[in-house]
Design a protein around this ligand. Structure first.
Ligand code: H79
Length: 625
């Protein structure tokens, strides 16, 4: 094995020491430091191979690396001033999304009146029901007359979030239906003026949040508004008399003044969560951005439109394979299949599933904004309250491994995930080892190992080349996820990606911007695409040398609701033959397959797509454990 040793002087940043088996790992590491740096800096780096050194000399270099790196690399990634407002948000990791509106009255069921007194029922959607069923504005407005959520209790909602270990709430103040869930002076189409409730739930929620130290953010559908003239493109309107109009006039007379109300009448607002920037021009977006900029601590997401990036990337209903390097990001997701209340949707995700999603997201450096859709009475569905409570119970014990952590140093762990804080790596074990030995591919010196749920009992560790074996109890202490803490010296030393030195060719490429090399990019915006009109492509990977491979991950570019899928046949080369490893169907957002270990230099992926040209954001190969 070839070892590389690098002594690197980072201008204004001090000294960095790297040891690895791959020179390109060093380059990558430097690049990522440069990315996070707020000052321009030059890198002076000398890289030596120590392949031929004798064992004593090699150990000396390893020790030197540990000693110097732990002494000089303690600054982590320096934050730049614009990041100061993100501090609490990065710590928070877990928030509660609330989709609440008069769509909770139909609760997913619409009845069409047909001629001759007949009728037809349609069970569909939550907050999109008005659009899906093409309900005229005047008719939809009647739901407001039946919206009287007398069981709404702001403190209970905040305490539900607290019990879940959530640090912030983002609530819909106006969804696409255009109905404001607060007392608005701008439009009387609001909960105070148009319902029998006659209360302002946002006021109550803002007070309760202040009382319990919960951050409060507002979702506001700025472009798509089916209840006011000019909200979103006229071509999408179904009740033209009530909906068609000028979008400029709509932004000036509804969206802008309402956003001002929201940012002035409810105390400190933590987040403004825009949604669906349909037809938002740079000029219109600027008007809204100017308003939010009056509030320097306000965090905004990337959905305003008009080319404004905002502070957050917001993957919806899926977890991006490698997060968004260099950006703050937040996965929003539903507990069942709808955002707004749908009485007919019982497809609840389990606590274990959601908790593991929180861990997965955290391990990639993101936040989790988990949604509930309260009823028209003002109740958060009890299933959700229970699930949230169970997640909170886990976090009470294991929160240290989530809050304030940074992304995981590993590429992938088939049996779990990892997070990091300073000199601690938290290993979240999903599949407990049957032999009582946890095999962690981590080359650093471990000073201490223990379970987070029992910090006083130290676990035995055995350091091996490129990995550490941790002796753990025979039975998983926690069925959902058990956290093993490894305290270590220096910067994390992990193996490079299996595809680190790989090259790829494909039988079809759309253009150079979507060339096959995009499968090696960790930017989720990059993707490879086969040529237009192609329904299949064959990709061949050359790993540079024979490697032990045990699994594959394909990140795909479609949205969860597009329900796309691709078929693939995965093979590897033995001699002159190709042997099949897997034949599977993906779901269009991302797919992982473990197939047992093979050693090969060449991998072939035949990808078929029935509806579009095959596409991939990223391809990762996994080592055996
Ligand atoms: O507020 C939630 C969604 O209502 C909103 N964003 C999250 C946070 C959203 N608006 N648009 N979209 C998400 C994407 C559009 C999805 C659609 Fe459909 C697919 C619209 C019509 C088909 C989903 C499925 C909604 C109706 C049917």
């Amino acid at each position: 094995m070839q070892n590389w040793f690098s002594l690197t002087l980072l201008q204004n940043k001090g000294l960095a020491i790297f040891m690895t088996n791959h020179k390109s790992y060093i380059t990558n590491k430097l690049f990522s430091i440069a990315m996070y740096s707020n000052k321009p800096f030059k890198v002076y780096s000398i890289t030596y191979t120590i392949a031929n050194m004798n064992i004593k000399l090699r150990s000396f270099f390893w020790l030197l690396a540990f000693a110097i790196s732990s002494a000089t690399y303690s600054q982590e990634f320096p934050s730049n001033p614009a990041d100061a407002k993100m501090g609490w948000w990065r710590e928070a990791k877990f928030g509660l999304f609330i989709h609440w509106g008069i769509y909770a009255v139909p609760a997913g069921k619409y009845v069409y009146n047909l001629p001759d007194g007949k009728y037809k029922e349609d069970i569909t959607q939550g907050e999109w029901i008005m659009n899906r069923c093409k309900i005229p504005v005047a008719e939809y407005r009647k739901y407001a007359e039946h919206f009287n959520p007398t069981k709404f209790n702001a403190e209970e909602w905040v305490l539900t979030a607290k019990a879940a270990g959530q640090k912030y709430i983002v609530i819909t103040t106006k969804h696409h239906d255009g109905f404001a869930m607060y007392k608005s002076e701008t439009s009387n189409y609001n909960i105070y003026d148009a319902t029998p409730f006659k209360r302002d739930p946002l006021k109550e929620l803002a007070e309760a949040c202040r009382k319990y130290g919960m951050k409060l953010g507002f979702y506001y559908s700025q472009a798509q508004d089916w209840g006011h003239k000019g909200g979103a493109p006229n071509k999408w309107h179904w009740d033209k008399a009530a909906q068609d109009g000028s979008m400029d006039a709509y932004i000036d007379s509804i969206a802008a003044p309402q956003v001002k109300e929201l940012l002035t009448n409810y105390g400190d607002v933590a987040v403004l969560w825009w949604d669906t920037p349909k037809d938002m021009t740079p000029e219109l977006a600027q008007k809204l951005d100017d308003i939010t900029r009056q509030h320097p601590n306000l965090i905004t997401n990337n959905r305003l439109g008009g080319g404004i990036r905002g502070d957050l990337e917001t993957p919806e209903q899926y977890i991006p394979a490698s997060g968004y390097p260099g950006r703050n990001w937040e996965v929003c997701m539903t507990v069942n299949d709808h955002w707004g209340y749908n009485a007919y949707d019982d497809n609840w995700k389990s606590t274990k599933e959601l908790l593991r999603k929180l861990i997965d997201i955290t391990s990639k450096g993101g936040n989790f904004l988990l949604n509930v859709g309260p009823t028209a009475e003002g109740i958060i569905p009890p299933v959700c309250v229970n699930t949230l409570k169970e997640m909170g119970d886990w976090l009470k014990i294991n929160g240290e491994a989530i809050y304030g952590t940074t992304a995981n140093p590993f590429d992938y762990l088939s049996w779990g995930r990892a997070t990091r804080k300073g000199q601690k790596v938290y290993i979240h074990v999903f599949d407990w080892p049957k032999n009582g030995q946890l095999n962690v591919p981590f080359a650093n010196i471990i000073t201490k190992a223990y379970l987070l749920e029992d910090t006083t009992t130290l676990l035995r560790t055995k350091q091996m080349a490129n990995k550490v074996l941790v002796s753990v109890p025979n039975i998983a202490p926690d069925k959902m996820a058990t956290v093993v803490v490894l305290e270590f010296k220096g910067e994390p030393i992990v193996l490079p990606k299996l595809t680190e030195n790989a090259t790829a060719i494909a039988t079809s490429e759309l253009d150079t911007a979507h060339g096959i090399n995009k499968i090696f990019s960790t930017n989720p915006k990059d993707f490879y695409s086969a040529g237009k009109d192609q329904k299949e492509t064959t990709i061949e990977l050359d790993l540079g040398k024979p490697q032990a491979v045990a699994g594959i991950m394909l990140a795909e570019p479609w949205r969860a609701w597009e329900k796309k899928e691709q078929q693939y046949l995965l093979s590897y080369k033995v001699g002159n033959d190709w042997k099949i490893l897997a034949e599977e169907t993906t779901n269009g957002t991302g797919h992982t397959k473990l197939f047992g270990t093979v050693t090969t230099q060449f991998i072939r992926l035949q990808l078929n797509n029935k509806t579009d040209a095959p596409r991939l954001n990223q391809l990762l190969l996994y080592r055996p454990d």
